[in-house]
Design a protein around this ligand. Structure first.
Ligand SMILES: [Zn+2]
Length: 216
C-alpha cells in the first residue's frame, strides 16, 4: 500500500479558500498583509481566523465549492486510488472546506485547522493541530505537514518511503522533503521548487500521477 498527501489551496484547488472568503467580506487587504508579515505561521493563522468571525459554515462550504479543482484532479486522484494509494489532504486551510474537497474526491484522510463554529457561525477562534513542536520541525506552521504525513503513514502501516507529498508553496516543504517522493506542483515560490527534484510546471494533475508512477 502507498499513500499520497496533497496540499489543498493552489494544489488540488486552482485558487485559495481564504481569499475567496476574504473577498466576500471585503478583507482581502487585511489577509494579504497578515500573510506577508513576519509573524510565525501559526500566529498568522490565528489572526486570519479572527477576521472570519461572522462567516457561516455554509459560506465556507460554498466558498470552497466556488473554486475550481485543478485540471484533471478527479481523474488523477482516481488513478492513484486504482493503484492502491491511500489519498488525503494536509492543508493549513480549514477542515470545513477540506472535508468538502476530500468527500468530492473520495479521499481517506484530512488534516487541517478547525475553524470553531457556534450555531453554524464562526467564532473567530481556530484549533490548530500543529505537530512541529513534537518532532522538532522548523516550519512552526499551524499544521506541520511533515508531522501529519508521518502520522497518517503510521496509521495506515505505510513506510515513509512509500509516500508521496504534493504541494505548491514553502508551507509544503517539510512534507515534500520527508516523503518518499516529494512533488512541487505549479510552484508559487522558489523555495518549494528547490526543495525537490520533482517539479511539475504544467497545470495538469495527471502530470503528478505520471511523475509518481515513474518513481515506483
Ligand atoms: Zn513541519
Amino acid at each position: 500500500m502507498r499513500l499520497a498527501a496533497f496540499d489543498m489551496d493552489g494544489t488540488l484547488l486552482s485558487g485559495r479558500l481564504v481569499f475567496a472568503l476574504a473577498r466576500g467580506l471585503g478583507v482581502e487587504d487585511k489577509v494579504k498583509s497578515i500573510q506577508d508579515g513576519s509573524l510565525p505561521g501559526h500566529e498568522k493563522t490565528k489572526q486570519i481566523a479572527a477576521l472570519f468571525a461572522v462567516v457561516s459554515k455554509k459560506e465556507v462550504e460554498s466558498a470552497v465549492e466556488s473554486i475550481p479543482l485543478a485540471k484533471n484532479c478527479e481523474q488523477a486522484i482516481a488513478a492513484l486510488q486504482a493503484q492502491g494509494f491511500k489519498t488525503g489532504i494536509i492543508s493549513d486551510s480549514y477542515t470545513a472546506a477540506a472535508g468538502v474537497v476530500a468527500r468530492r474526491l473520495n479521499m481517506d484522510f484530512v488534516a487541517a485547522n478547525d475553524l470553531e463554529f457556534e450555531g453554524g457561525v464562526a467564532t473567530g477562534r481556530v484549533k490548530m493541530p500543529m505537530g512541529w513542536e513534537k518532532i522538532g520541525c522548523k516550519c512552526h506552521l499551524s499544521v506541520c505537514k511533515r508531522f501529519h504525513l508521518e502520522k497518517y503513514a503510521a496509521e495506515f502501516g505505510i513506510g515513509i518511503k512509500d509516500t508521496v507529498a504534493v504541494g505548491d508553496t514553502r508551507s509544503d516543504i517539510c512534507m515534500v522533503r520527508r516523503a518518499g517522493t516529494g512533488i512541487a506542483f505549479m510552484p508559487k515560490d522558489g523555495d518549494i521548487a528547490r526543495a525537490t527534484p520533482n517539479v511539475v510546471r504544467t497545470p495538469d494533475m495527471m502530470q503528478v500521477v505520471t511523475c509518481t508512477l515513474r518513481r515506483i
